[in-house]
Design a protein around this ligand. Structure first.
Ligand code: ME8
Length: 673
C-alpha cells in the first residue's frame, strides 16, 4: 500500500475532447481506481495546455482574445470527463496563476545552475508539434512534418537555449538505473537510441509571438510551450500534496501517447535534473501507449470530430465505452476502434457472459431461495467447486498483476475468464436438476458460490465500469464498492457467504442488441462516408436550397438560426491541387483550415479550374461535413481511397463554376457566421 499519482497529458485547446484524448484519460482514471481498490492513496491529474503559437493562431482565426478562447475550450475538456465517469483530483490549466509561478521558479533554478544561455535559433518549426525539426526529419517534397504532413515554418530569432547536450550522460545513467522509467520496452529502445545518438541544446524561448509565460529576466521572450507544459505535473500539486504524491513512497506515472514520449522521457527529466532535483525525485514511469484509428482509418481532425466519445457515452452508457476502450486495445500497442466490434464485444463479454451469469443466478434465487443469498457449508464442497476455485484464484491474482503492470486489457480478460468459469460451473452443476431431486443443500451451495464469484467480479470490473459495478452490486444486495486508504479490497479471497441478504432483481444489467438493433445503432454511430462516384458532383453549390437541411420543410421554408449554426463554414487556403487520374471532373486539393494538419478535399472542379489556378485561393469550406468517399484512384503508382474531408462552396454548371470566396485578409480557419 502506498501512494499513486497518475497523470494524462494536458491537452491542447486547439481541439475539443475526442476519442484519442478520451482514451488516455479513461485509462488513467481506471488505473487510479484500481490503485484505490488496493488501498493506495491516489491523485489523478489532467488539464489543458493553453500557451504557444498554435493556440495564439487558432484564437486569432476565431477572432478571439487568446485567454477568452482558452477559457471556452478548456471548459469543454473539464466538463467532458465527468460524463465519462472520470473525476480528476485537479484539472490544471497552464494559464492558472500557481502554474505560472511554479514555471518561473523552475526557469530561475535552471538559469542559476548555468544551463540557460542566449543565442539565435534558425531552423524548421512544426506548429502542430510545437517542436523544432531537423532537416533530416522532414518529408520531401514540400518540407513536411512527418507527423502532421504539413509544411514546417522557417524561423530565425533570438532564443534562450537549454544545455540539453550536457545531460546526455546523466540521462543515460538514469535510464540504466531505472529500467522501468520508460515503458513499454519497445518504446524505451527508441528513446535510448535517440539519446545515445547525441543531444543538441534545445531552444526554449520565442520572441516572435507573445502568448506564453514571460521569461522572468527578459520578458521580451516567452517560454517554449513544452517547458511550460511539462512543468504542470509538479506545479499541479500544492505543498501538502507534493510531500505526499511526489515522494519516495509514492509512484508517479505519466501516461502519454507515443507521439509525445520524447518530450516526457528526455526533456522533462533533463529539466528536473538541471533544476537540482535528485534522481529519486524524478517520475517513476512514463508509459507511452499506441495510436488509435477508427474503423481502420487514421483519426484526421474531421473524423475525430465525427466520432464523439460523449455521443457514444450518451448512447451506450459511459461504462460500455470505457470497457471497450480498455479491453479491446492492447495497452501500449496501436489499436483500432471499430464500432461493430464494440457491439459484438458488448454482446459477448457483457451481455452473454457477465450479464447472463447475473440474471441466471438472481432468477434461480428468486425461484429457489426466496430471493435471498442462501447459506452454505463449505466442508461439503466437491470437485466442481475445487475446479471453480482454481479458476477463481488464478484469474483474480492474474488480473491484479495485470493492473499493476499497466495492462488493463489483460486484467479485464481475466475478469471475463472468471465469469466464463462460473457460467461453466452452473452448466455442470445443474442446480435446476438438483432442485427437482429435492437436494436443497446442494442448490444452496451452487447459488451461494455463484453469488460470491459475482461479488468478486463486481469489484474486478469497478475500475473500468464503476456505474455498472454499482448496479450489479445493487442486484446482489450490496452497497457500491467503497475503496478506503490503507484497506486492500481486491478480492484475492472469495468474498464471504452472505446468508439471508436480500437480492434485488432489476432485469438485465447488459441487455444484448439483436441484429436489427445493432444495425440501427451502427447507422447512428458510424461516421458516414458516402460511397459511389455518382455523388461526385461539384462538391457543393450555393443558392438553390434543396430543402434537405435540418429544419427545412420540402416547401423550402425558413430555418432557425440554431440550425444554420450547425454548419461549420470556414475560410480555407488552397495549398495545392492536382488532377485525379481517370476522373475527369475531380481535383484533389490540400486546404489549410488553420488546423494542425491541412485537409484533403476532393471536389468536382476540374472542368472549370486548372490545379495551378486554385493554389493560393481563399475558399469557403463546410468543415463539419462527414467524410465522403469518391472511390479510389492511383497517385504515383499507389492506389488510394479518395476521401474528402470537407466541401467547397461554388455556384454554376460543372464547366463554368464560380468559387465562393472571401474578401480582405481572413486567416485560414476563420469561421463564417
Ligand atoms: O500533445 N490515439 O496535446 P494533444 C491515441 N499538449 N491517443 C491519442 C490520439 C489517438 N489517435 N490522439 C490524441 C499534446 N491522443 C500536448 C501535451 S503534456 C505536458 C502536453 C492522446 O492535445 C494521446 O495521449 O495533442 C496523445 O499523446 C495526446 O492525446 C496528445 O494530446
Amino acid at each position: 500500500m502506498g501512494r499513486f499519482y497518475a497523470t494524462t497529458p494536458i491537452y491542447y485547446v486547439n481541439d475539443v475532447p475526442h476519442l484519442g484524448t478520451a482514451y488516455t484519460t479513461i485509462v488513467t482514471d481506471a488505473l487510479r481506481r484500481f490503485h484505490q481498490l488496493i488501498g493506495d492513496e491516489t491523485f489523478m491529474l489532467t488539464g489543458t495546455d493553453e500557451h504557444g503559437l498554435k493556440i495564439e493562431r487558432e484564437a486569432k482565426a476565431q477572432g478571439l482574445d487568446p485567454k477568452v478562447f482558452c477559457d471556452r475550450i478548456s471548459a469543454r475538456f473539464r466538463d467532458a470527463w465527468p460524463k465519462l465517469d472520470v473525476s480528476p483530483d485537479r484539472f490544471i490549466r497552464t494559464t492558472d496563476p500557481d502554474h505560472e509561478a511554479f514555471v518561473k521558479e523552475l526557469w530561475k533554478k535552471i538559469e542559476a545552475n548555468g544551463d540557460l544561455y542566449e543565442g539565435e535559433y534558425e531552423g524548421w518549426y512544426c506548429v502542430g508539434c510545437e517542436s523544432l525539426k531537423t532537416e533530416k526529419e522532414l518529408e520531401q517534397p514540400g518540407n513536411l512534418c512527418p507527423l502532421h504532413k504539413a509544411p514546417v515554418e522557417r524561423i530565425k530569432e533570438s532564443s534562450y537555449f537549454f544545455r540539453l547536450e550536457k545531460w546526455q550522460k546523466p540521462l543515460l545513467d538514469f535510464y540504466a538505473r531505472h529500467p522501468n522509467f520508460i515503458q513499454p520496452e519497445s518504446r524505451k529502445n527508441e528513446v535510448l537510441s535517440f539519446v545515445q545518438s547525441g543531444l543538441k541544446d534545445l531552444s526554449v524561448s520565442r520572441t516572435t509571438f507573445s502568448w506564453g509565460i514571460p521569461v522572468p529576466s527578459n520578458p521580451k521572450h516567452v517560454m517554449y510551450v513544452w517547458f511550460d507544459a511539462l512543468s504542470n505535473y509538479r506545479s499541479a500539486l500544492g505543498n501538502g500534496e507534493l510531500a505526499r504524491f511526489w515522494a519516495p513512497n509514492a509512484k508517479v506515472v505519466h501516461l502519454v501517447g507515443k507521439d509525445i514520449l520524447r518530450f516526457h522521457a528526455v526533456f522533462w527529466p533533463a529539466f528536473l535534473l538541471s533544476a537540482g532535483y535528485r534522481e529519486e525525485e524524478l517520475p517513476d514511469v512514463v508509459y507511452a501507449h499506441g495510436v488509435l484509428t477508427v474503423d481502420g482509418q487514421k483519426m484526421s481532425k474531421s473524423l475525430r470530430n465525427a466520432v464523439d466519445p460523449l455521443k457514444l457515452a450518451a448512447e451506450l452508457g459511459p461504462d460500455v465505452l470505457r470497457y471497450h476502450l480498455l479491453r479491446a486495445i492492447a495497452f501500449g500497442q496501436d489499436g483500432d476502434f471499430d464500432h461493430a466490434a464494440l457491439l459484438e464485444r458488448y454482446n459477448a463479454d457483457l451481455g452473454k457472459n457477465v450479464g447472463n451469469l447475473l440474471s441466471r443466478v438472481i432468477g434461480l434465487c428468486t425461484k429457489m431461495t426466496n430471493g435471498k443469498h442462501p447459506d452454505d457449508d463449505v466442508a461439503t464442497d466437491g470437485p466442481l467447486e475445487a475446479e471453480l476455485f482454481e479458476a477463481y484464484e488464478q484469474n483474480v491474482s492474474a488480473a491484479r498483476d495485470a493492473w499493476l503492470n499497466l495492462a488493463p486489457h489483460l486484467a479485464l480478460d481475466h475478469a471475463m475468464k472468471l465469469a466464463n468459469a462460473a457460467n461453466l460451473y452452473v452448466a455442470k452443476t445443474e442446480p435446476w436438476a438438483e432442485a427437482k431431486n429435492g437436494n436443497t443443500a446442494r442448490v444452496n451451495k451452487i447459488l451461494s458460490r455463484m453469488l460470491r464469484v459475482l461479488e468478486a467480479i463486481s469489484v474486478m470490473l469497478w475500475p473500468a465500469m464503476p456505474l455498472k459495478s454499482d448496479a450489479m452490486r445493487a442486484q446482489l444486495g450490496l452497497p457500491p464498492v467503497r475503496a478506503g486508504v490503507g484497506v486492500d479490497i481486491w478480492p484475492l479471497k472469495l468474498p464471504s457467504i452472505r446468508a439471508g441478504l436480500e437480492l434485488a432483481n432489476a432485469g438485465p444489467l447488459f441487455p444484448t442488441y439483436d441484429e436489427k438493433a445493432q444495425a440501427e445503432l451502427l447507422e447512428r454511430l458510424v461516421p458516414k462516408i458516402e460511397k459511389s462516384e455518382e455523388t461526385a458532383k461539384p462538391s457543393a453549390k450555393t443558392g438553390t436550397g434543396t430543402g434537405t437541411g435540418p429544419g427545412t420543410g420540402t416547401d423550402g421554408g425558413t430555418i432557425a438560426y440554431d440550425d444554420f449554426a450547425t454548419v461549420d463554414l470556414r475560410v480555407g487556403l488552397v495549398i495545392s491541387a492536382e488532377k485525379v487520374p481517370k476522373k475527369d471532373k475531380l481535383l484533389r486539393l490540400t486546404v489549410d483550415l488553420g488546423e494542425t494538419e491541412p485537409r484533403t478535399i476532393v471536389a468536382g472542379l476540374a472542368l472549370s479550374f486548372t490545379p495551378e489556378a486554385l493554389a493560393g485561393k481563399k475558399v469557403i469550406v463546410v468543415a463539419n461535413l462527414a467524410p465522403r468517399e469518391f472511390g479510389s484512384a492511383e497517385f504515383d503508382g499507389k492506389k488510394v481511397k479518395l476521401v474528402s474531408h470537407g466541401m467547397l462552396l461554388a455556384s454554376g454548371p460543372s464547366e463554368d463554376l464560380r468559387l465562393a470566396t472571401i474578401d480582405g485578409d481572413a486567416a485560414p480557419g476563420a469561421r463564417l457566421k
